[in-house]
Design a protein around this ligand. Structure first.
Ligand code: ATP
Ligand code: MG
Length: 464
């Protein structure tokens, strides 16, 4: 071992003197057959042209952990222009920091020139006619390593000899399953508060813990996220919740005190009088979303957001009714207010907000069994999402189960069967409204301990 360990270099001279720990090919598990063809071609071509070429970042980390990276990033000492000259299928992107994208069919390999330190401020911008033309400070591999966020994200796989280079103690942290910020944590979070979210997300995904000094400042610095562009927070929210580890990400955010920065109303409701029920609802929602993602089924963020804001809307509407509003107006007011306040933090695009509102507004329509309304609801573009949400609600609201059974069956019937079923329901309800009666009996059963099953069975512990 040499002196690199988990050193956090602070000065220029210590950066230059940084000696990597080199793990030779025989001592690590990265095999080229797990690297995409596109990435290999880019690495080899750069190398043959005399440039340094490394696979870097999440891909190296995931390969060392035995995972399958979804994208491959490459770092090189070739400038973007030099990279472009080597590939026909290459375009340069990014105004502030230029990157090369090399395209192989559906695969895009991102090639970045080693980035220098000190480009965080605006002083290195080149401005022409008021337009930023470039903001590029290229650097050495050492500088590139220490400007990355976590030690496990700063490992370099060298195509020239298939070794792995470690400048910041990433290998040791990988072995201890620890996320450790490079450098002074407070300074690094201040430079970019999104790193707090990345800590939560990557720890959830990798089942890592946070190093003590990496975790400690988060409570105090969480508020810095208020200054991050809501659009970036939306992108980050999708990565948190729609990468197959949504429930674990939610738990980590909750425990680190970060959830309230992204979804303040959700965090408040989780601390409110119905926290246990709401925690379970989120548990069911995120578990089913994670499962769908793992089995490659489609998911929509609108569904998750509808669940996350459901209790805030419900409880606000309830309060407005108590204060004298009529139910319909109270509901609409609650929706408007909650959605509006949410938009200040995370910019959920309009189309998802609309879908979210539809999922909510369709909920009471599952009570209606008149032929026309049933057919209209079944044909509604958001029927499926609204039905799935009803199913999730029914885990904790047993009085909804009769509705779930009815609509589960209704979807499976062909037109003729459905119309027979509707005739009998309509006749029955005309005679004595059995749906309502049944609803009341079911409600009394609510205390039945056997009524709860699925992932929320251990109730309050869902977000523990
Ligand atoms: P994922 O598995 O989600 O792709 P990742 O670590 O690859 O995880 P990316 O967003 O793809 O995350 O970023 C690629 C690399 O860029 C990271 O591994 C890290 O080295 C660097 N990086 C990304 N975001 C930051 C940041 N905010 N600050 C410093 N370095 C960053
Ligand atoms: Mg990545």
């Amino acid at each position: 071992m040499n002196q690199t360990a988990s050193a956090a270099p602070e000065t220029d001279s210590s950066v230059k003197n940084l000696v990597p720990r080199i793990i030779p090919r025989a001592e690590h598990g990265i095999s080229r057959k797990n690297i995409s063809n596109g990435a290999l071609r880019v690495l080899y071509r750069l190398h043959e042209a005399g440039y340094k070429a490394f696979l870097v970042g999440g891909a190296v980390r995931d390969l060392l952990l035995g995972g399958h990276p979804k994208d491959f990033d490459i770092a090189t000492d070739a400038t973007p222009e030099q990279t472009r000259a080597l590939f026909r299928n290459c375009r340069l992107i990014g105004r502030r920091f230029r990157l090369a994208h090399v395209v192989f069919g559906r695969e895009i390999v991102e090639v970045a020139t080693f980035r220098g330190i000190g480009e965080a401020g605006d002083s290195d911008r080149h401005v022409v006619d008021g337009r930023i033309v470039r903001d590029n400070v290229y650097g050495s591999i050492e500088e590139d390593a220490i400007r990355r966020d976590f030690t496990v994200n700063a490992l370099y796989y060298d195509i020239s000899d298939f070794s792995v280079r470690d400048y910041v103690g990433g290998i040791a942290d990988l072995q201890h399953r620890t996320m450790r910020l490079i450098g002074d944590p407070v300074q690094r979070y201040r430079e970019d508060p999104v790193r707090m979210l990345r800590a939560a997300r990557l720890a959830a995904k990798l089942e890592f813990s946070l190093a003590e000094e990496t975790e400690a400042p988060i409570g105090e610095l969480a508020g810095l996220l208020a200054d991050v562009a809501p659009a970036r927070l939306f992108d980050e929210s999708l990565k948190l919740f729609l990468s197959g580890h949504g429930l674990e990400s939610l738990r980590r955010l909750h425990h680190l005190g970060l959830l309230g920065e992204l979804f303040p109303a959700t965090a408040r409701a989780l601390a409110g009088p119905r926290s246990a029920e709401f925690g379970r609802l989120l548990g069911y929602t995120f578990t089913s979303t994670d499962e769908r993602i793992r089995s490659d089924k489609p998911v929509t963020p609108a569904f998750l957001f509808a669940a996350m804001l459901w209790e805030p809307v419900r409880s606000l509407a309830e309060r407005l009714v108590q204060e004298g509003s009529d139910a319909g107006a109270a509901w609409q007011m609650a929706v408007d207010r909650v959605v509006h306040q949410q938009a200040v933090r995370v910019a959920i695009p309009k189309r998802f907000v609309m879908a979210m509102e539809e999922i909510w507004s369709l909920q009471p329509r599952f009570e209606q069994r008149q032929r026309k309304r049933v057919l209209r609801l079944l044909a509604h573009p958001k029927f499926r999402a609204a039905y799935d949400f009803l199913v999730i609600r029914s885990h904790d609201e047993p009085e909804l189960r009769e509705q779930v059974e009815w609509w589960t069956e209704a979807q499976e019937l062909d037109a003729k069967q459905l119309s027979e079923q509707l005739q009998s329901t309509t006749a029955a309800s005309a005679m004595g409204e059995p749906a309502r009666k049944r609803k009341r009996t079911r409600r009394r059963k609510r205390k039945n301990p056997g009524a709860q099953d699925g992932p929320g069975a251990d109730a309050e512990t869902v977000l523990e």
